[in-house]
Design a protein around this ligand. Structure first.
Ligand code: EPU
Length: 420
């Protein structure tokens, strides 16, 4: 077990290249199971969830090799159809193999993921969508047991009570690439990661239209083939580093960051006083003023991303005034709140929102990471805090950020990894 030691008070300064998107790379790697061929996927962030997906693919018989940020996958020997509990419990996104396995083998046995720190996270929409493609699905002994030798296109409304589902849209879209006829997904998720998966699938020979809108059309084809593909930059990593610059009163150029993926987040940053300069090859972020308060409500894309909620909350702890942050996607995504309070934040949770009264400064202490984005929020708080912050259980942050401490150190932060 490792922890981070952070000496706060250093401004982040310099240039950093944004890594590839975790939440694109995971379903794209899973989708290689749709055919027997070779793939080269570039700009893959090498972090713990990707290594878990590597293991899932290997258990299913694929061979995977990783060289810096390039992943080669050979699915010619991938005949397995079972994703076991041991791997799925380490990473929910393992369920992304469900659609591809069903479409290619007509059979999938995928463990149910179990509990999650950020909310209940049901998978009813994944199952509903695949059933509409004429798959036969039951839940037995903790597994999703699916058969579907003759998947057929269908018209499906995929929205749940909290809006569209990224995972269900991707699983159904992926399975539909090999289903007979036309599938229409209404109420589809519009996240850039969904578009990236669709673009990858089209490069493999799929016929998908409408990605990036609420209606995606998939015309089934008989067979797909391997390809070379480059993953989009990670908007959440970019946003987290932008907040690092803001909270430490620094100036950072985020090479590769895309305005079209970050608009609602950038607008909120501007609102609290951060200067943003959008350039051809990235985005510059500069903060040299008092932080202003604001209100935030998370929403599906293009709204403010739930994956940035905890990190933005850390910034608002230091704002001039009162802010309200409402979480509309994952009801329990507030694991950072009590830890920020331990660092001196004036913050309290009320059902699905938190009220934050800004304080002039946070103080270093020992805090506990509890999920991926909550951990990132604590690291950001530590960068600005007076004194030393110890963030424990950092395996959570390693799930979604590649070498975060090294990247922050290059920007001037004083942060080290130590064995606990
Ligand atoms: N939902 C249902 N039924 C379903 C699926 C989802 O009701 O069958 C609900 C969820 O409970 C939630 C809402 O729909 O209230 C949206 O969930 P979604 O399915 O979109 O989330 P996900 O696909 O499980 C992905 C990301 C998350 C990110 C969300 C929302 C991956 C691997 N995960 O999760 O990323 O927060 O979309 O944008 O892509 C992270 O990276 O830290 C992370 C949690």
């Amino acid at each position: 077990m490792y922890k981070f030691i952070i000496e706060g008070g250093k401004s982040l300064k310099g240039k950093v290249k944004v890594k590839g998107s975790k939440n694109s790379a995971l379903p794209i790697l899973a989708a290689t199971l749709l055919c027997e061929d070779e793939f080269v996927i570039d700009n893959v962030p090498i972090l713990r969830d990707i290594l878990t997906m590597q293991k899932v693919l290997e258990v299913l018989g694929a061979s995977v090799s990783i060289e810096s940020n390039r992943v080669k996958v050979d699915t010619r020997g991938a005949v397995g159809y079972e994703a076991p509990y041991e791997l799925v419990r380490q990473m929910r996104a393992s369920y992304y193999v469900l659609g591809p396995l069903l479409a290619r083998h007509g059979r999938a046995l995928v463990s149910l993921p179990g509990g999650c720190a950020i909310g209940t996270r049901p998978i009813n929409l994944h199952i509903l969508g695949l059933k509409r493609l004429k798959a036969d699905i039951s839940i037995t002994h903790g597994y999703i047991d699916a058969y579907g030798n003759k998947l057929r296109g269908s018209c499906i409304f995929l929205e749940g009570p909290n809006g569209p589902s990224v995972g269900a849209t991707v699983n159904v879209m992926t399975a539909a690439t090999l289903a007979k006829g036309l599938t229409i997904i209404e109420g589809a998720a519009m996240e850039p990661e969904v578009t990236d998966v669709a673009n990858f699938l089209n490069k493999c020979g799929a016929k998908i239209k409408g990605q990036g809108t609420r209606r995606i059309e998939i015309r089934g084809v008989k067979k797909l083939h391997g390809c070379e593909y480059e993953i989009i930059p990670d908007r959440i990593e970019a946003g987290t580093l932008a907040l690092g610059a803001a909270i430490s009163r620094g100036e950072v150029f985020l090479e590769g960051a895309r305005q079209d993926h970050l608009q609602s987040f950038l607008d909120k940053l501007r609102e609290v006083g951060v200067d943003i300069f959008v350039e051809k090859d990235g985005i510059a972020v500069k903060m040299d003023k008092d932080i202003l308060s604001t209100d935030i409500e998370t929403a599906p894309f293009p709204g403010f991303p739930t994956d940035m909620q905890a990190q933005f909350t850390a910034l608002l702890c230091l704002a001039n005034g009162v802010s309200i942050v409402r979480e509309k996607i994952f009801e329990e995504r507030f694991m950072h709140v009590m830890e920020l309070a331990r660092m001196g934040a004036d913050i309290r949770r009320e059902s699905d929102y938190v009220v934050i009264k800004g304080v002039p400064c946070l103080y270093g202490t020992t805090v506990m990471a509890s999920d991926l984005r909550a951990s990132a929020a604590l690291v950001l708080a530590g960068l600005s805090a007076s004194g030393t912050t110890e963030v424990r259980r950092i395996y959570h942050i390693d799930r979604g950020y590649e070498n975060i401490e090294e990247r922050l150190r290059k920007l001037g932060a004083q942060i080290w990894r130590q064995e606990e």
